[in-house]
Design a binder for this molecule. Structure first.
Ligand SMILES: Nc1nc2c(ncn2[C@@H]2O[C@H](COP(=O)(O)OP(=O)(O)OP(=O)(O)O)[C@@H](O)[C@H]2O)c(=O)[nH]1
Ligand code: SF4
Ligand SMILES: [Mg+2]
Length: 411
């Protein structure tokens, strides 16, 4: 994982629900209706919401969500165009969207926008707002039916529609996100022992563990397994202490070479990064993406994608250590660019490989979208940990315990 792995509450557990639509459709009013709070400013001036507004909220029956109120998709002028681009980016971060329509009904632009977003895999609930002024046109309802698009009616003025929208959102939530993802729990059973190897080097935060390590330990407790934790220097002793081999050894990817030599070949071994690649998205494309490290040519560009703008340390894994390792491994002249935060560069196709961080600040939908976007644009993507395993020659061993588990989800 990234040295700076962020330690805030796991954001990945929240659904991100965007409110989109034309200016003045009533997006902000609907957000206020759904939350029962004055979160967003409402006015009859078109273009009131300029920057995306995030509002965390407990929305039953879904649970914790973050609403993202956005600028209208029909905003105009130089600034307006930038706002529309920002809205599209906000939608990239969403698990689903409420597309809000006013008394004008669904215009051609609305329909094109909705279709576009659905092609990108975004589940959409159409909300015919301003129900106190008009009922939805039969034409619009037929179109929604034809498209298989769920819809609801609402009026922010009459405070009508909240309950049915909440229920419809619950039904709309993608199954893969409703399912409870497992980190490593499908690799061991109750009463089994697992060992977590955590090197304490200069980059380790003082006095604490990082979130991915804590989550793996906590999950072991939840599944009544016995979790042992040690540095790589104590691993041999820890293994010797056990009357029978552990069900799994999980190590920080940076210690994988040493750890792989100490752990017997018949003991499943993986890295925190591989567990999180699967937990946050999908491991298979990350493994396939790592194979691109064998195809690099002189002049190739590699994109280091960091999901947040963290404090960069001297020995930063993404910016310093990995580029050095890759140059050494490939023997090629390569350029490394860094993209931090939610944005992928426009010229993604010009990269031979995307090297993604552990994405601890991303939710699962964001990572799944990034994987989908890279696949669509034909750019291989892998993450730091999987790349390190590949560079150290242990990738097949490290991913084997996770790829052989057909059910990576429970519940
Ligand atoms: N009659 C009626 N008016 C509404 C309703 N919802 C919103 N409005 C009015 O529509 C206007 C625009 O509402 P907003 O919530 O600011 O719309 P928006 O989509 O957020 O607009 P922008 O931020 O400008 O893109 C305001 O004057 C609201 O009072 C509704 O259900 N019924
Ligand atoms: S989101 Fe990525 S860059 Fe930010 S702390 Fe987590 S692993 Fe590091
Ligand atoms: Mg608004």
């Amino acid at each position: 994982m990234c040295n700076a792995v962020n330690d805030q509450a796991p954001r990945g557990m929240r659904y991100h629900i965007a409110l989109a639509g034309r200016r003045n459709a009533g997006k902000s009013s609907l957000l206020n209706l759904l939350t029962g709070q004055q979160v967003s400013i409402v006015s009859d001036t078109a273009g009131t919401t300029t920057d995306a507004v995030n509002k965390p909220f407990e929305l039953l029956p879904l649970g914790p969500v973050t609403f993202i109120d956005t600028a209208g998709i029909d905003d105009e002028g130089e600034l307006g165009t930038l706002r529309v681009a920002a809205t599209r980016k906000a939608l990239n971060r969403a698990d689903m969207a409420l597309y809000v329509v006013d008394e004008q009904g669904l215009t051609d632009a609305d329909r094109a926008f909705i279709q576009d977003q659905r092609n990108l895999g975004l589940p959409i609930l159409v909300v015919f707002n301003k129900g106190d002024l008009t009922s939805p046109a039969a034409d619009d309802l037929i179109w929604c039916d034809e498209q298989g698009l769920p819809f609801q009616q609402a009026s922010s003025v009459n405070r009508h529609g909240r309950r049915s929208i909440c229920q419809a959102l619950y039904e709309l939530a993608p199954e893969e996100l409703k399912a409870k993802p497992v980190l490593a729990a499908d690799c061991y059973g109750p009463g089994d022992t697992i060992i977590c190897v955590v090197p304490i080097d200069m980059a380790a935060p003082k006095g604490r563990l990082i979130l991915p390590q804590v989550q793996v330990l906590r999950e072991a407790l939840d599944h009544s397994a016995i979790a042992m934790i040690c540095k790589e220097t104590e691993l041999a002793r820890t293994l010797d202490m056990l009357p029978e081999p552990p069900a799994l050894v999980v190590t920080d990817a940076q210690a994988i070479k040493t750890v792989a030599m100490l752990v017997p070949d018949d003991v499943p071994l993986t890295t925190f990064s591989s567990l999180f690649a699967r937990f946050k998205g999908d491991l298979t494309p990350m493994v396939e993406g790592a194979l691109a490290l064998d195809q690099l040519k002189d002049g190739d560009r590699i994109l280091i994608a960091e999901a947040c703008s963290h404090h960069v340390q001297d020995e930063d894994i993404g910016r310093v250590k990995l580029p050095a390792l890759i140059r050494q491994y490939s023997g090629k002249t390569l350029t490394f660019d860094v993209a931090a935060g939610h944005d992928f560069p426009e010229d993604l196709e010009s990269y031979a490989l995307v090297l993604h961080c552990g994405a601890c600040m991303f939710n699962r939908a964001e990572m799944v979208r990034r994987l989908r976007e890279c696949a669509r644009r034909g750019v291989p993507i892998t993450n730091y940990g999987v790349a390190i395993s590949k560079l150290q020659g242990v990738m097949p061993r490290v991913v084997a315990p996770l790829l052989t588990q057909s059910a990576s989800f429970t519940g």
